[in-house]
Design a protein around this ligand. Structure first.
Ligand SMILES: Nc1ncnc2c1ncn2[C@@H]1O[C@H](COP(=O)(O)OP(=O)(O)O)[C@@H](O)[C@H]1O
Ligand SMILES: [Mg+2]
Length: 230
């Protein structure tokens, strides 16, 4: 199983600034294979978040094709695509999307309530992950009682809890100290060694596993590809 982007482009048109158009992603092709470890780095504004959203099925490309296994997104119905996403994709977005009325644990479990796994299994996975990121003592806290870094960690746990085949994390370490960064990266490595593909977008360059796929983006294009760490 793989996720492929074939010559995808995304053009945003301004709803506030009329006539504003930006090619956020330009003619990008990339393959994400099962079990791979991928870093997409590049400066702010280079299109990393947009590319991740296209790959994770959060938005559709303006041109080009996204293919999940043998499902072509442009010719499939929304139901087929959302089932695939629900089953196989975990996504930790760059911006916070926690529900402020819910506790940490409830937030972590909230997107997974309709997924075909027992609540017992999801809860035990949530406890394991919160423990790993040293957040278990805050499982009953509300988001307003957490630091920015702790919120980032909760978002990562929420993406991992259903043990998805593809884990997308957008700037997972941007507000974290070194120890927390190490905790998150080693957790992502662990999930990868258990079979999940991990895709990280980050404006910081980071040291990676030897067999990682390393892409650099600039102005909407992939300008460099290397196999291995940096
Ligand atoms: N929803 C949007 N509407 C209009 N422009 C956007 C939107 N999202 C991103 N952009 C623009 O697209 C470009 C790429 O953004 P983004 O994908 O967030 O880059 P990165 O994650 O590398 O910082 C930026 O110039 C940004 O301003
Ligand atoms: Mg971004």
């Amino acid at each position: 199983m793989s996720i492929k982007a074939i010559s995808v482009s995304k053009v945003y048109s301004g709803s506030i600034n009329k006539g504003y158009k930006i090619d956020a992603v330009k003619n990008v092709s990339i393959d994400i294979n099962e079990g791979s470890f991928t870093l997409i780095s590049g400066p702010t504004g280079s299109g990393k978040t947009t590319l991740l959203s296209l790959l994770a099925g959060i938005m559709y490309p303006t041109h080009g094709e996204i293919v999940y296994g043998n499902i072509h997104v442009s010719t499939s119905n929304d139901n087929t695509i959302s089932k695939f996403r629900e089953q196989f994709i975990g996504y930790a977005p760059q911006n916070t999307l926690l529900i402020k009325e819910l506790t940490v644990l409830e937030n972590v479990l909230s997107p997974n309530s309709f997924y075909k796994r027992s609540i017992k299994e999801l809860k035990s996975s949530a406890h394991y992950l919160l423990e790993k990121l040293k957040l278990i003592n805050k499982k009953n806290f509300k988001p307003c009682e957490l630091s920015g870094g702790e919120i980032k960690k909760v978002m990562v746990v929420r993406a991992l809890v259903k043990k998805p085949l593809f884990i997308f994390t957008d700037e997972p370490c941007s507000e974290l100290d070194n120890e927390s960064t190490d905790d998150i990266i080693s957790l992502l490595y662990e999930q990868n060694s258990r079979g999940s593909a991990v895709i990280i977008a980050s404006h910081n360059r980071m040291v990676l596993k030897e067999n990682a796929d390393f892409y650099t983006m600039e102005k909407g294009k992939i300008t460099e590809y290397k196999k291995g760490g940096i």
